[in-house]
Design a protein around this ligand. Structure first.
Ligand code: PLP
Length: 370
């Protein structure tokens, strides 16, 4: 079976309540007021672009986000702010996470003097659990996979009267994930004085690494809303072992991935795609591509061992997955159809996001050493 899927998006946004939330909330104004806020850097990697044979590579470095080493806090902080503006009495927030979203929820709870209860799936590394335990009120390791851990967080929150703040959505749980996606929009708005110019973006292809798809969908929403059919081509990148969006495309509707979930890309090791994200992805993504851990490692090393005068970028396993997708597109001889579909050539200007730094330091060191 092929490891890519070509989509022919309608490039249309619908205008339901979720789109209204994304449309009307201005998370950037909120984030701007936080003491810790600063825009993350956009770095141009000319040496790497030359080496792999494209015109330009831009990478937005989210390892510099709020001292948390990942972009996730943009979503959780904004959703918790919205929840507390509607109901200041909430005392405990709960979530399921494979690391980064949990750090984001715990950090945002601490900022608001609230309790955080974090559930992690069975394969979460000790290092990630340690980092969570240092800032969360309570952390519980389950013997379940990610999707089941989300269900546990949901049912326990209901029982205990905690507020669930989950970065994925399902029928009946849509508004809070939409606030999280609104929070992610800050990242794309930050690019407006850089490469998201008024009429046409300066990048023509974007690679988004994907877990449940909430982040990619907020990116797709942003680019569709701003540029319509002139948006860049958008490719979603998933691990071979857990590719819920790819499998949902093949299936024609959302399904849980059927892989073995054994990947180093912990942030992408998720379950069924988010309900509200899927609606946006279907209408705006141009392709999806599955990659092996080998490509993620290669991308991490390429960002670390810089080329010519490129700045060094510290990138974790999921953080490097967007670039890894580009590398596979270029190297893999069987991907001609995909390259033609997205117009990848030596003239292409590529945008990728380093969505996390070395969030698992031990793993990072051993990958970089080899
Ligand atoms: C570092 C990193 N990158 C990308 C993603 C993918 O985001 P989403 O699950 O919204 O697709 C995650 C999710 O946790 C992540 O931690």
């Amino acid at each position: 079976m092929k490891d890519f899927f070509l989509n022919y998006p309608t490039n249309k946004l619908c205008h339901d309540k979720i789109h209204f939330i994304l449309d009307n909330d201005n998370a950037l104004n909120y984030h701007n007021k936080l003491e810790e806020y600063s825009k993350t850097p956009l770095i141009q990697l000319n040496g790497l672009a030359k080496r792999i044979g494209v015109n330009k590579i831009f990478i937005k470095d989210e390892s510099k986000r709020f001292g948390l080493n990942a972009y996730k806090v943009l979503g959780a902080s904004y959703a918790i702010y919205k929840i507390l503006s509607m109901n200041p009495k909430v005392s405990t927030f709960c979530t399921a996470t494979d690391g980064n979203h949990g750090m984001a929820v715990a950090w945002s709870c601490n900022m608001n003097n609230k309790e955080s209860v974090i559930y992690v799936p069975k394969d979460t590394s000790d290092q990630r659990i340690q980092s969570l335990s240092a800032i969360a009120s309570r952390v519980y390791k389950t013997d379940l996979n990610y999707e089941r851990t989300c269900q546990l967080a949901k049912t326990t929150s209901r029982k205990m009267n905690w507020q669930l703040v989950q970065d994925t959505s399902w029928k009946g749980y849509e508004e809070i994930p939409a606030y999280i996606m609104s929070g992610y929009l800050t990242q794309f708005k930050e690019l407006e004085n850089e490469i998201n110019s008024i009429k046409k973006p300066k990048a023509d292809i974007i690679f988004f690494q994907t877990g449940v798809g909430s982040w990619a969908a907020s990116g797709i929403w942003y680019y569709l809303n701003k540029y319509g059919t002139k948006k860049p081509k958008i490719i979603l990148v998933e691990p071979n072992e857990c590719s819920g969006v790819f499998e949902s495309f093949i299936n024609g509707k959302r399904i849980s991935p059927k892989g073995n979930f054994k990947t180093i890309m912990a942030g992408l090791n998720c379950g069924i795609p988010s309900k509200i994200a899927w609606e946006i992805i279907k209408n705006g993504c141009d392709a999806c591509l599955k990659i092996s851990d080998k490509y993620a490692k290669e991308a991490m090393r390429s960002l670390f061992y810089n080329h010519n005068k490129d700045l060094r970028v510290i990138s974790g396993e999921s953080g490097a997955a967007g670039l890894a997708g580009l590398m596979k597109c270029i190297k893999d001889k069987s991907l001609d159809n995909l390259r033609n579909h997205i117009g990848l050539s030596s003239d292409s200007k590529i945008l990728v996001f380093n969505t996390e730094g070395d969030t698992d330091k031990e793993s990072f060191k051993s990958i970089i050493k080899n």
